[in-house]
Structures are given as C-alpha cells and as structure tokens.
Write a protein that binds this ligand. Structure first.
Ligand code: SAH
Ligand code: SF4
Ligand code: F3S
Length: 461
C-alpha cells in the first residue's frame, strides 16, 4: 500500500474519473495494521469491489490509522481534511476511518470530519461489509461509529480470519492480539485491548491454506509474540512449540516473528531458534532504552544487564544470529547521561539494526501526562546522534560478511537497478544480485561481494 501525501490529492491535470465498484485503502502503522488492511481488502472484494491505485478513482476509501506516535495521527487528520473536498467532487464516495485512531479518538474524528461515513475501531473487522453496505444505501442520513467492546473478553473477540485466494510468497499471520504490558509511553494497550492468543488449530489451518497457495515464509505477529498462549485455551501450545508445528507444514521454509518481549524469552525458544530449521536466525528484540532508571520508568520489566544476558545466551546458542531492536530517545526526564547510557548499550550489544524513535507524547498514557517532557529539538538531536552510532555499527558488522555465502529467498526485482533481483537472507539482511526474475520465489545461495548500510550486493553461487 502506497503512502499518499495530501499534496497528491490536489487536483492534477488529467485526474482519473471516479469509478464505481472500486476501493482504495491508505494504511499507516505496524505490520498488524498492514495485515488488517489486507483483511479489509478481502472483505471489500467479497462485496464485489476491486482495488484502484489512486484515491480519486475510488468509490470506497478507507483510512487505516495508527496512534503510536503523533506523526501518523497528524497525517491521517490531514488526509481526512483533504478528502472533504474530494467528496464534493465525488459525492458517491464512502469514507471510512478504521484502525487505532478510530478506536481511541472516534469522537474527535467525527467532530472534525462530518464527511466521514463510518468509524470502525480495531475490534471486529467483520463489521466492515455491513458498514460499507449500509453507508452506500443511507450515507446521507446516518453515520455509524463501531467500537466493538473489547475489554476483558479473552476469547470471544478474536477476529475471524480470511485467507485470500491468490498466492503470496511471504505472509503475515497474527497469533496474538492486544497487549498486557502497559509500557508507560505506549498507546497500543488502549487501541488494541487486552492480550488474546488465537487458538493454535486456527493458526495452523490458516498457515496450511497459505502453504497450499504457495506461501514459503510466515511472519507471526503479536505485540509480545513470545507470550503467545499465556491465556491458554484448551489445546493451545506455548510459542516455541507453535514454531515447531508450523515448521512441519510442507512448503513453509521460513518462519519469523515480531516482536518478542525480552523478559519472556525462554530457553526452549532459544533452542528452537537453533534447532528448528525453518526458524530464521534473526531476533527483533526491542530494548527501548539502555538506562535502568529509564527502563523502570517505562515499566519495561528488565534491566540493561538482564537484556544483555538474554542476547548473549541467544548468541552463544544460535551461531550466526543477528539482532535488531527498537529504541526511544527523549523519554520524559531522560538526562544527557541516561541518553549516553543508551548509546553505550548500543555499542556494547552491537545490534545489526535499530529502529529509533523520538519519544512522542501520547495523551492519556502515564508518560504522556508527565511535566518533564524533553524539548523537540533536543529529542531530534539525540535521535540523530543515536542513528549515527548505530549506522557505524551496522556498516562495521556488514563488512565482515564480504566473502561469506548466504541463503537468500528472492522476493522481487530490485526497484532501482534493472536486471537485478533482491531478497532477504536467513539473518534478515537485504541482498541484491544480478539475476533473472524467474528466480523470484526461490531460495538460492549468494556470495557477498560488497557490503552497504542497507545490506549486500552479491553473486549467485
Ligand atoms: N509491542 C512492541 C512494540 C510496538 S510499538 C514491543 O513492545 O516491542 C513499536 C515501537 O514504537 C516500540 O517498540 C517503541 O519503540 C515505539 N513507540 C511506542 N510508543 C512510542 C511513543 N510514545 N513514542 C515514540 N516511540 C514509541
Ligand atoms: Fe506497547 Fe509495551 Fe505493549 Fe509493546 S509491550 S505494545 S511497547 S505496551
Ligand atoms: Fe500498530 Fe500503530 Fe496501532 S503501531 S497497533 S497501528 S497504534
């Protein structure tokens, strides 16, 4: 799904005409949201709608929003505003706002945007077809807001899943919804509700169907994915055993999962990464801060030392394993010395990659209500510095791969260089080679010839 800037909406010359029976979905946020958008697309396709590549053509426009930081919220509000004039030009358009902002800011969305036809929270995507149908019939008279009650319901509000009919090489499969960790900076527990695990049988059935269609790589999704099965339903298995069961499905060659929570990384899981052939040798392990005091204030229940111990244990058990992480800088009250501790932890642990964020104040969260917020310029300065620290490490780690052979699952033609294809290695490094497109969808060995910040160039072995 492409990112559309509000500027793209200003009437260009030769703007396409609206086409009845079409839809366009704009997605912000995490893979869970990307996956929800796919589910929404499948529901719309069941109703007979087909996708179009621009918002001007679409009859149904859905905005699947994210609340994790202020920026994606601002973008969604700005696009909603722009769509008001588009709706004047195309009065048959149905506009739905879905996702995490819909769940927590429905009233504000309604108030600021009377042209929105319906607001649908994150609870039950199966309500979408009804909302769309009703909006098509009655939109001039009635607006609907659906925020399915989700608190406390452990099993009943696990959404039904819809497997498409077309083949996908790589697929995302949610195995757990919501989050029970309540990190003090984070909005997700409010937008996604309490932690619920999907039944094991249902997950396996879905992956079996995907494998039958040709899927080779599965990424399991959950906010604290390794606590899967904590609220055990009868017949559910713990996370490590789930990985084994998935690996037994013929056709599934690779399994990833995101994001595990550091404290809940069991020894059984570490050994499964080593022993289960399909599980990739890459762990995304969010540290968030490298300072114990800040971690405590974030309500992350581990220390820098215990985090390092887990990383060391994984490294000692799983040869060649790589790590990525998430880090927030400028948490309220973070001192220069505490920020420096984070930089030091990054240097000590040597992650292969880090997703770094300037802390974004989320109203209604404990940290959002604090008065000792760090000024924006200071957060951005820390962010730029941390990115430099990490980039040096990434470059340095990657140089050592030159001359090695990696196993790559090719997934696409390289967008930049004609005649080249790309894919990810088992260590989750992006690798690009000269090669024909018939190799896409297959795994091959590549010898690394050049290292970059983004990954490797290489030659087919
Ligand atoms: N459940 C996952 C993270 C989901 S949100 C986990 O705990 O690892 C993805 C990332 O966004 C988080 O890891 C965190 O680094 C970042 N994030 C969450 N809330 C944020 C905020 N208020 N400001 C900046 N970054 C935030
Ligand atoms: Fe947010 Fe923390 Fe839950 Fe991750 S574990 S979703 S950061 S509350
Ligand atoms: Fe994902 Fe953003 Fe919601 S990160 S869970 S879409 S708040």
């Amino acid at each position: 799904m492409t990112t559309l800037s509000p500027r793209d909406l200003l009437a260009p010359k030769g703007r396409p005409e609206p086409k009845p029976g079409t839809y366009y979905i704009q997605t912000w946020g995490c893979q869970m949201n990307e996956e929800d958008s796919e589910q929404m697309a499948l529901y719309l396709e069941d109703l007979g709608f087909s996708p179009v590549s621009s918002v001007w053509e679409a009859q149904i426009v859905l905005l699947n929003t994210c609340s994790v930081r202020k920026k994606p919220e601002d973008k969604a509000f700005s696009l909603m505003g722009e769509l008001r004039s588009l709706k004047r030009y195309n009065p048959d358009m149905v506009l739905g706002v879905c996702g995490c902002m819909a769940q927590t800011r429905a009233n504000e969305i309604r108030h600021r945007n009377p042209h929105v036809d319906f607001v649908l929270g994150t609870g039950d995507l199966a309500l979408l077809p009804g909302l769309v149908t009703e909006s098509l019939q009655t939109r001039r008279f009635r607006k609907r807001t659906e925020l399915p009650e989700r608190k406390g319901k452990v099993v009943t509000d696990i959404p039904r899943r819809h497997v498409g009919r077309t083949a996908k090489l790589k697929a995302f499969v949610p195995i757990q919804y919501g989050c029970d960790k309540f990190c003090t900076y984070c909005i997700v527990p409010s937008t996604r509700g309490r932690e619920r695990s999907r039944p094991t049988v249902e997950i396996l059935e879905e992956i079996q169907k995907l494998a039958d269609l040709g899927t080779k790589e599965i990424t399991l999704l959950g906010q604290t994915v390794n606590s899967y099965g904590k609220n055990l339903l009868e017949g559910n298995v713990p996370f490590a055993q789930l990985l084994w069961k998935i690996s037994e499905i013929p056709g599934i060659e690779r399994i990833r999962y995101t994001s595990p929570y550091p404290r809940d990384f069991s020894q059984e899981l570490v050994e499964t990464i080593r022993d289960c052939p399909a599980v990739m040798e890459n762990v995304h392990l969010p540290i968030q801060s490298g300072d114990d005091e800040v971690l405590r204030e974030m309500r992350r229940v581990y220390t820098v030392e215990s985090f390092k111990e887990i990383a060391t244990r994984i490294r000692e058990t799983v040869p060649g394993v790589t790590f990525s992480t998430d880090i927030i800088v400028g948490f309220p009250g973070e001192t220069e010395a505490q920020f420096e501790s984070t930089c030091q932890a990054v240097r000590d642990i040597r992650f292969d990659a880090a997703f770094t964020f300037a802390y974004s104040t989320r109203p209604g969260t404990p940290a959002g209500d604090r008065e000792d917020q760090i000024p924006r310029e200071e957060k951005l300065r820390r962010l730029a510095h941390l990115i430099e620290v990490q980039n040096d490490i990434t470059r340095d780690i990657n140089v050592a791969y030159v001359g090695q052979e990696l196993e790559v699952l090719f997934d696409s033609a390289s967008p930049k260089w004609p005649g080249t294809i790309q894919g990810y290695s088992r260590e989750f490094k992006l690798v690009q080679v000269q090669g024909s497109e018939d190799r896409i969808g297959r795994i091959a060995k590549v010898k690394v010839t050049e290292s970059h910040l983004w990954g490797f160039s290489g030659t087919l072995v």
